[in-house]
Design a protein around this ligand. Structure first.
Ligand SMILES: [Fe+2]
Length: 395
């Protein structure tokens, strides 16, 4: 067998979002805003962030750049629901907004994407389920993440809870991608330990899944690899000393890199299970991913041994002299050990039973996971009984 890398027959890489990074940047990003040509911003955020004065900080930055505030919608909650997005869009329309500014974690940015879609195009959110349903650009969306994990600031994906079907719906469209992502690690300095841990594991899961998925490419691989290196090296440090802006910078950059990576090669079986656990049992997204990550890696190992060996190296392990399979297994053991460390440091749950998932619901969770679009991109064909077995092992 040739030792040369096997390149895909075809790949593409397109990044419509302008990514800007700077410590303290969220106080003044007028130069970046001016190119958008907007004048009435509608802010989408979470009430909790007012206590940290973060929306005020962004409001001042917008106003000093000559962008007026059309309105503030601060009702975003973890796992935002369809009805909430529709209410937000109605408020944005009444306010005459010409752009949306998302401030917060993944839920804020995903909610803002859904609001922007409805503000620009009208109709009901469920009409836009699926992939590439839009035919023209939406209003500009600016994303200011306050966590490091989701990557949503750099992706075309929004995941919204649909209480009627007790599931998460995915909106995937290149026009949902923010026009501008403002990365300011200072906004993440006060993130609580458990959220730091969970969001960091979400970023790691994006990177691992992007790296092994069927649509991975040399471009997405490079970003996923660097994201893995940074998370492996800095996540525990960020939990221990959240006030260290260098460590926070590393995680924020890793999160966005992993976002760009999975925006191109998508996620797989681990996210399929995490979405079902979130939709049916309200398990926090990053925590669900953390619990399912080593099991999903084991599941995919047999079809991607070489890539899992490389993952072990990105995680900082010395794999010289080891077979690909053994190196891959060491990488998986590293992830288990990291989960345990984050459990000890931050109370990150390690079992589904710790977060209130009852065992008798697992067959339903497995069935729902099988309908998730992520499954399509997984490198190994996914069988429902295998998903159930992984969920049972995580219980
Ligand atoms: Fe995720």
């Amino acid at each position: 067998m040739s030792t040369a890398m096997a390149f895909p027959d075809f790949f593409q890489f397109h990044l419509p979002v302008r990514i800007v990074f700077g410590k303290g940047l969220s106080k003044d990003f007028s130069a970046e805003l001016s190119s958008l040509g907007v004048s009435r911003a509608f802010l989408v955020t979470e009430k909790f962030l007012h206590t940290l004065k973060i929306p005020d900080r962004i409001r001042q930055a917008l106003e000093s750049a000559g962008v007026g505030i059309a309105g503030v919608f601060d009702e975003v909650v973890p796992n935002s629901e369809v009805g909430l997005c529709e209410r937000g869009a109605e408020a944005a329309r009444k306010a005459g907004a010409d752009c949306i500014v998302a401030i917060g974690g993944g839920s804020s940015i995903d909610t803002a994407k859904a609001i922007n879609l409805l503000l620009s195009e009208g109709g009901k959110l469920l009409d836009y389920q699926g992939a590439q349903t839009l035919t023209r650009p939406l209003k500009p969306l600016v994303a200011v993440p306050t966590t490091s994990g989701t990557g949503s600031e750099a992706t075309m994906v929004a995941v919204i809870n649909d209480p009627d079907s007790q599931s998460k719906i995915s909106l995937v469209d290149r026009y949902l991608t923010p026009a501008l992502a403002v990365l300011d690690p200072e906004l993440t300095l006060t993130l609580p330990r458990r959220i730091t841990a969970a969001t960091g594991m979400d970023a790691l899961t994006h990177a691992v899944e992007a790296y092994v998925d069927i649509e991975s490419s040399p471009f997405s691989d490079a970003l996923a690899a660097q994201a893995m290196r940074l998370v492996a090296r800095y996540l525990s440090k960020a939990v221990i000393d959240g006030g260290d802006v260098e460590v926070r910078s590393a995680l924020q950059i890793a999160s966005t890199m992993a976002g760009v990576a999975f925006n191109h090669s998508m996620v797989g079986v681990i996210h399929g299970m995490a979405h079902a656990l979130g939709g049916m049992c309200h398990v926090v997204h990053g925590e669900a991913n953390a619990m399912m990550l080593p099991l999903g890696m084991e599941y995919n190992l047999e079809v991607r041994e070489r890539k899992f060996a490389e993952i072990a190296r990105f995680l900082g392990l010395d794999i010289r002299g080891k077979s690909d399979r053994d190196a891959g297994l060491e990488g998986i053991a590293f992830v288990r050990q990291l989960n345990q460390e984050l459990h000890d440091l931050a109370g990150l749950p390690t079992r589904l039973s710790d977060v209130g998932v009852s065992r008798d619901r697992l067959p339903e969770v497995a069935a729902l996971a099988m309908t998730d679009g992520s499954m399509f991109y997984n490198p190994r064909d996914v069988a429902e009984e295998d998903v159930l077995a992984m969920l049972e092992r995580a219980h």
